[in-house]
Design a protein around this ligand. Structure first.
Ligand SMILES: Nc1nc2c(ncn2[C@@H]2O[C@H](COP(=O)(O)OP(=O)(O)OP(=O)(O)O)[C@@H](O)[C@H]2O)c(=O)[nH]1
Ligand SMILES: [Mg+2]
Length: 409
């Protein structure tokens, strides 16, 4: 059965019970309709076992069986970035798992730009998602973004190599980084523990952030234990194998046979492979998806829009409580009322002033008229008084000319 480019449904449990059908109900209900979808990328130096891990993850039955090459023949190397996809179904719940296999670097003398195709691929996927978001009809978004990047570290037992540091420094703010120690079967248990510590301190020293598997205290005992186990084991010590071998006690297991015994892929005592698989498809699947969408993609989008000359108004993202909004609206309304009142008062004052002016004017006119009449009356009175005085003085020169009172003729 081949999977490259196609999406066969493997209606079998991969290496026993994976457990995504046991996810909390709330998450399940949300995802059950369309199924879960997760995209994982494997990155690292050439020959560290990326392709082998992908095949181990999907189980050899899902992937195309590889021809066993002659020991003298060249090892097959991955030449292009390729998707391997499978729908896994468990108790009626679907998981569409896509693993992106990348060609290893380290083959070239100059590795300084070897991260470019990887970064480009990650950003192109963001770009494709952004374009869909910008469409008017956004009913069905196809999410091909990388939710997790499994980074392979050579089992040197020393510290991280310069190329690892350079690579992870460029990747960590674009993708959830999950560092793994490749071919852990080549190291002893103590060496692995020691190497894990050294890797973590190197990463911290260089400020490289890897995916932090959270432990939620309010979950049941078993889940907390599992989450703690996963968080403690990072960077995972990985053993991959597509082959089944017979153990000394006669079991057929996926593993690697050595003269001294068999290293079993699915045995937690031998390899952290099981924990890596649990982290990806069960315990932290939702966190990987959420962190990719809410943090990494958002940061990329902001950088992208800024580069295009858009600035974002941060106030549009501020949450407004309805009470605050009501309060603000009331204040605005009150300010508007006060302004209207002030304008009305002004109009009123102007009208009053005009009326007062008019009144004053007519008062002046009235006074002038009053004075005129008074003057005329005063004059008349004076005349009369003068005439009376003349009459009283008698013998007035014109008194004889005055007609008697009852003169009729
Ligand atoms: N000892 C050991 N060998 C492994 C392991 N995984 C893979 N190998 C062997 O390492 C060789 C390279 O494995 P690949 O999976 O082709 O490596 P790759 O990382 O895909 O390499 P490129 O495609 O060139 O980047 C093969 O011979 C595998 O059998 C492992 O966990 N332990
Ligand atoms: Mg490969």
């Amino acid at each position: 059965m081949t999977v490259q480019g196609s999406t066969p449904v493997a209606r079998k449990k991969i290496a026993g019970h994976v457990g995504f059908s046991n996810l909390p109900n709330q998450i399940r209900r949300k995802s059950v309709k369309d199924g879960f979808q997760l995209t994982v990328m494997v990155v690292g130096e050439s020959g560290l076992g990326k392709t082998t891990l992908v095949n181990t993850l999907f189980n050899s039955q899902i992937c195309a069986p590889r021809e066993v090459p002659h020991p003298a023949a060249d090892r097959p190397t991955t030449v292009a970035i390729e998707n391997i996809q499978a729908d896994i179904e468990e108790n009626g719940v679907r998981l569409r798992l896509t693993v992106v296999d990348t060609p290893g670097f380290g083959d070239f003398v100059n590795n300084s730009t070897s991260w470019n195709p990887i970064l480009e691929s990650i950003e192109q996927r963001y770009e494709a998602y952004l374009q869909q978001e910008h469409r008017v009809r956004r009913t069905k978004l196809v999410d091909n973004r990388i939710h997790a990047c499994v980074y392979f570290i050579q089992p040197t037992g020393h510290s991280l190599k310069q190329i690892d540091i350079e690579f992870m420094r460029r990747l960590h703010h674009r993708v959830n980084l999950i560092p793994v120690i490749a071919k852990a079967d080549t190291m002893s248990e103590e060496e692995i523990l020691d190497f894990k510590e050294r890797i973590l301190s190197d990463l911290a020293f260089h400020g490289i952030q890897i995916f932090q598997a959270p432990v939620y205290e309010d979950e049941d005992e078993e889940s907390i234990q599992e989450a703690e186990e996963i968080a403690r084991a990072i960077p995972f010590a990985i053993v991959g194998s597509e082959n089944f071998v017979r153990t000394r006690d006669g079991r057929m297991v996926r593993g690697r046979a050595y003269p001294w015994g068999v290293v079993e892929v699915d045995n937690p005592e031998h390899s952290d492979f099981g924990l890596l698989r649990k982290l990806l498809v069960r315990t932290n699947m939702e966190e990987l998806r959420e962190h990719t969408n809410n943090v990494l993609f958002e940061a990329w989008r902001t950088e992208r829009l800024l580069a295009m000359g858009f600035t974002q108004d941060p106030s549009v993202f501020q949450e407004v409580s309805p009470a605050d909004e009501l309060h603000q609206q009331r204040e605005l309304h009150e300010a508007k009322l006060a302004k209207m009142e002030a304008a009305m008062k002004e109009v009123f004052r102007e009208k009053v002033e005009i009326q007062e002016q008019k009144l004053k004017q007519s008062e002046v006119e009235l006074y002038a008229r009053h004075k005129e009449i008074k003057d005329a009356l005063d004059k008349q009175r004076e005349d009369l008084l003068r005439k009376r005085a003349q009459l009283e003085a008698g013998g007035s020169p014109d008194a004889s000319r005055k007609k008697p009172f009852n003169f009729r003729g």
